[in-house]
Design a protein around this ligand. Sequence first.
Ligand code: NAD
Ligand code: DAU
Length: 339
Amino acid sequence: MKILVTGGAGFIGGNFVYYILNKYPHDRVVCVDKLTYAGNLETLEGALADPRFVFYKADITNRRAMDGIFAKEKPDAVVNFAAESHVDRSISNPSVFLKTNILGTQVLLEACRKYGTPRYHQVSTDEVYGDLPLDRPDLFFTETTPLHTSSPYSASKASADLLVLAYYRTYGAPVTISRCSNNYGPYHFPEKLIPLMITSALEGRPLPVYGTGANVRDWLYVEDHCAAIDLIVRGGRLGEVYNVGGHNEKTNLEVVQTIVKILGKGEIVYVKDRAGHDLRYAIDPTKIRNELGWEPTVKFDDGIRRTVDWYLTHRAWWEHILSGSYKRYYKKMYGGASK
Ligand code: NAD
Ligand code: DAU
């Protein structure tokens, strides 16, 4: 199988590239990434040395560029990770979220239609369902929970989901969607909660918890998310949405305190809350378990230790991000020319 992965220089896309290359010796991966501030070619260093991997620096909103790549590569499946993904950035600058997350998705759907791509998978998020109250632990998001978004980020992701489903209904496009809860693990950009707290503690900076730290997220180790997407791409029913989550709810404060405990350092400070801050996310993964046999395999206690270890042993990766020098890697590899 030849899989075109968009956003593969980001956190989950990068992990997915390695997941596929390691699990399927005969598969090939074509990666398309614009290398925004969140894209880091250093993440793909190992893959770039593999002859089964090819990288294109390109923007998914660029119709002509996508046409060229689809015409040349003729992928068997497209998995769309490419997105602006940070809620806080969507609050301060929403427009790029609309462009990449909505228009970019539509450009890819059109390319799939034009080139008859047999499979398109949209990597979506549990944030499209809005949030759940803190005092109702019995409530969970299912695939039929109405879309009810809070931030420009989640609104853009929900819009993309609707487009994907519209392409299924109108054109019979062979699509699937996954909506996953919060991921954590290696290669997570250090502006998101867990890597921000780990790297800040290691550098002696304060650990900024929004509000009281009582908001709840449902954490899933990134490899378990990759396994879920792989199962959906190969066996999921067309036109279907699959929720992915690990029944692993923690308050933000619990997460940060766990990191402080593992590292033996870190000073927590309470800062101004995020505007429109979602209270609680919690996924009901019954459908993917029953239909595709997916189960999370990594417990939070193990996953968070592994993650902290990874940041301790890959200091150069995140130090290059904090210093900005990761942006030079592409130039070094390709001399500035797009493939
Ligand atoms: P990320 O921000 O780490 O990576 C996004 C990648 O997309 C980057 O490499 C970036 O360069 C690339 N990109 C951005 N705009 C692009 C464009 N116009 N053209 C081509 N490439 C572009 O994001 P992530 O955390 O890895 O999330 C990946 C996907 O998974 C996103 O669609 C996100 O909505 C979804 N998701 C994330 C989580 C999570 O916890 N991180 C959970 C559920 C779903
Ligand atoms: O639920 C899936 C979503 O998870 C994905 O769709 C998003 O792409 C991904 O970024 C993530 O969104 P969150 O907003 O939940 O993740 P973030 O790491 O930004 O924040 C997690 C929680 O921690 C949230 O309640 C806000 C809080 N927080 C975050 C930061 C960056 C803090 O308290 N302090 C911080 O400095």
